[in-house]
Ligand binder design. Structure first.
Ligand code: NDP
Length: 456
């Protein structure tokens, strides 16, 4: 039986099984990708590659409803949010179609050694290991910059979203990309390791758990390959005493319900100033507990299922353990009875540093709430984390917000907004949230040979 199965998490029905790629297929895919890298497609004029991205953006827009429905059925995202994900994918493709040539222009370096500049060249075949939570966006973040640059990609998607993986590969081909530019592989983690070890592969990008990131980084390190990692996050949502409370509550609720809380950069630790804490908790709790659970394809649903039974069971265990270690439930705290992988919106308070939950990421509709007395305490609590992905700060005093944003040890901070993503902005973290950046000018240069040329 293939481990690549499409199962609707709203009712646990098996939609389709997908055959795995055997050794011969993987070997062929690598050969084709490497040949492409040595051809004029990768090494020549950028325009044909940008034309593919432009066509891909148009294709995605024209097939948006079909793509959104596939994702919603396969991993439980609400249909409106799936449409949003599809939209940002076409925006990313279009952004690189329109900006990659400018970003990749050689850059001059004033030097006493002579006329000096850095050129940007592709480095070779890459492996991308991607997760299910944004089953198209995660792929597009790797595809668009690397297609523009000329790096062919072998992609191993999460085993619960094979339909999204398959349809994405077909779209890239339909947009005119040659065979090998983006190859979807239904393979095991051992096969990923074999690919990383192969001399023809020059880098690996992974988004996923710490466990997967650590394994892949170890393999990449052993074989001296470049890697980028985008791992978990335990992002703070700091609400100060002068914040616009209604807006903070509204976006805080969105952060916990959107994609059923399964977003690496979504707010997970709510750090509230003591002057507004009770009011925030009351409003937040009322809004979360009135969420409408249901079918992701029903427009009235505001909270869908988790992506899989495994994801739900992991969350059940974590919340039970947090409560057993002294955390208090303000609302929720249980899986929903019935066929689908639903979990109640949940708020936990009273989490002390000796509770295992204190350092854990809850990948679901669970909020941890902490109360602090001043800005210094907010920063100290924010930085007392193994993770360092994103975060947000809520205050009407922008100078105060900027001070906190600078002091928080993460790769991204938003003031008066929950975390967000856009093609032109870099995305990534520090500490155990990983390293390297995706998107923007920084993302496209991660897997470039930044080659210095000097004329003496
Ligand atoms: P994983 O990290 O297991 O899955 C992400 C991808 O990594 C999948 O394609 C998976 O393949 C692959 N993978 C897993 N182990 C290895 C390995 N040793 N070598 C190569 N590839 C590997 O995430 P889960 O789905 O298990 O989710 C667990 C937790 O990870 C979540 O609760 C959350 O904390 C975090 N996570 C973070 C995400 C983010 O956006 N940063 C996204 C998803 C999860 P396969 O599916 O075949 O196992």
């Amino acid at each position: 039986m293939s481990s690549y199965q499409s199962i609707n998490p709203a009712n646990n029905q098996l939609l389709k099984s997908w055959p795995s790629h055997d050794e011969a297929a993987v070997s062929h895919a690598l050969e084709v990708a490497d040949r492409l890298f040595h051809s004029s497609w990768s090494k020549g004029d950028i325009q044909p590659r940008l034309q593919v991205l432009k066509k891909l953006a148009d294709l995605i827009d024209s097939r948006a409803e079909e793509l959104a429905t596939i994702a919603s059925k396969e991993m439980g995202k609400l249909i409106g949010q799936s449409r949003g994900e599809v939209k940002i994918c076409s925006q990313i493709a279009r952004y690189y179609a329109e900006n990659a040539e400018r970003i990749l222009q050689p850059q001059s370096y004033p030097s006493d050694l002579g006329e000096a500049w850095v050129e940007y060249h592709p480095i070779g075949v890459l492996v991308a290991v991607e997760p299910w939570n944004f089953p198209y966006y995660q792929l597009m973040r790797v595809l668009a910059p690397n297609l523009a640059l000329g790096n062919p990609v072998l992609a191993k998607h999460a085993n619960i979203v094979p339909h999204c993986a398959d349809v994405f590969e077909k779209l890239v081909r339909e947009a005119g990309a040659p065979e090998g530019a983006w190859t979807n592989l239904f393979i095991s983690t051992d096969q990923v390791a074999d690919l990383i070890a192969d001399d023809r592969v020059q880098g690996v990008a992974l988004t996923g758990s710490e466990r997967a990131g650590s394994a892949v980084a170890e393999q990449a390190g052993k074989h001296l390959k470049k890697s980028t990692l985008e791992l978990g996050g335990n992002d703070v949502f700091v609400v100060l005493d002068d914040a616009d409370l209604d807006e903070a509550v509204r976006q805080g609720v969105q952060a916990r319900l959107s994609n059923c809380g399964q977003v690496c950069t979504a707010a997970k630790r709510f750090i509230l100033h003591e002057k507004i804490a009770d009011r925030f908790i009351n409003q937040f709790s009322a809004a979360l507990s009135s969420a409408t659970l249901g079918d992701p394809l029903d427009e009235k649903t505001t909270l869908g299922p988790l992506s899989s039974a495994d994801a739900r069971d992991r969350l059940v265990k974590q919340v039970d353990e947090a409560v057993a270690n002294g955390a208090k439930l303000v609302t929720g705290g249980k899986a929903v009875e019935g066929a689908g992988c639903y979990y109640q919106p949940t708020i936990l308070t009273g989490i002390t540093p000796d509770n295992p939950a204190y350092y854990q990421e809850f990948f679901g509709p669970v909020a941890q709430v902490y109360v602090i007395g001043d800005d210094q305490a907010a920063v100290a609590l924010a930085n007392d984390s193994h993770y360092g992905l994103g975060g947000s700060v809520w205050t009407r005093d922008i100078a105060r917000g900027r001070k906190l944003a600078s002091a928080i040890e993460t790769g991204m901070v938003f003031i008066n907004s929950q975390s967000d993503t856009s093609a032109e902005l870099p995305f990534g973290g520090v500490k155990r949230s990983g390293y390297g950046r995706e998107l923007s000018d920084l993302g496209i240069k991660e897997f470039a040979n930044q080659k210095l040329v000097v004329v003496a």
